[in-house]
Design a protein around this ligand. Sequence first.
Ligand code: F6R
Length: 259
Amino acid sequence: MAEVIITPTRDAAGALVADHIASLIAAQPETVLGLATGSTPEPVYRALPGALAGIDVSRVRGFALDEYVGLDPAHPESYRSVITREVVEPLGLTPALVRVPDGAGPDIARAADAYEEAIAAAGGVDLQILGIGTDGHIGFNEPGSSFASRTRVKTLTEQTRADNARFFAHPDDVPHHTVTQGLGTILEARHLVLLAFGAAKASAIAAALEGPLTARVPGSAVQLHPHVTVVVDEEAAADLEFADYYRFAYRNKPDWQGL
Ligand code: F6R
């Protein structure tokens, strides 16, 4: 099952994950990172420049989870812009090695297939950072998504559009569609690191980790993966039935066992 780590603050979670990513890159300079956007990974991205000090990142490769369809890549809220602003520039990654799905080109379906091919050609994702939506989505695999799905266009739920309206001038500006890695794509990453913060994520986290495996809760797909680390704050952990066990396991974790 997943290892669940409950941290006192978002910054503590960010530091924990950033330190692990830094040791991964130090040992393997061509690490392939799977990059989420949105608010959740921000503490990790904030902690990474410090954690990576003195480590060569020039060969690190990255693949974003998703991109809005029909939004100009130059728009400040396109995930291309967000990844450039929050990850590529502050970490000093090589821009050509960090890819984001193409949501603006003439043939998005073909571009989605090419994205899958590019991930495979890079040798697959070593560590995939994930957030979770209040409706249980990971990537933008909304409820009902197949566990076998690959990168493709998905329609956002009204709930997700409302959740993401804070990034746009007007709620109507939130695109209706995204191109997202599928659940099948995500499950092929070698290590999944799922983060969640705040009370609004408590029910989705509990359903994903402790509820039944169901397309109704796409995040429950992580139960199929052999190496998952979940890092949550107290608020996001509030509905976890086995929280005491997770705390007990983490307190008694052997030093030799990394994330
Ligand atoms: C973003 C993504 C989404 C978000 C989720 C949570 O690339 O794939 O699954 O992780 O919508 O969003 P935040 O973090 O903004 O609450």
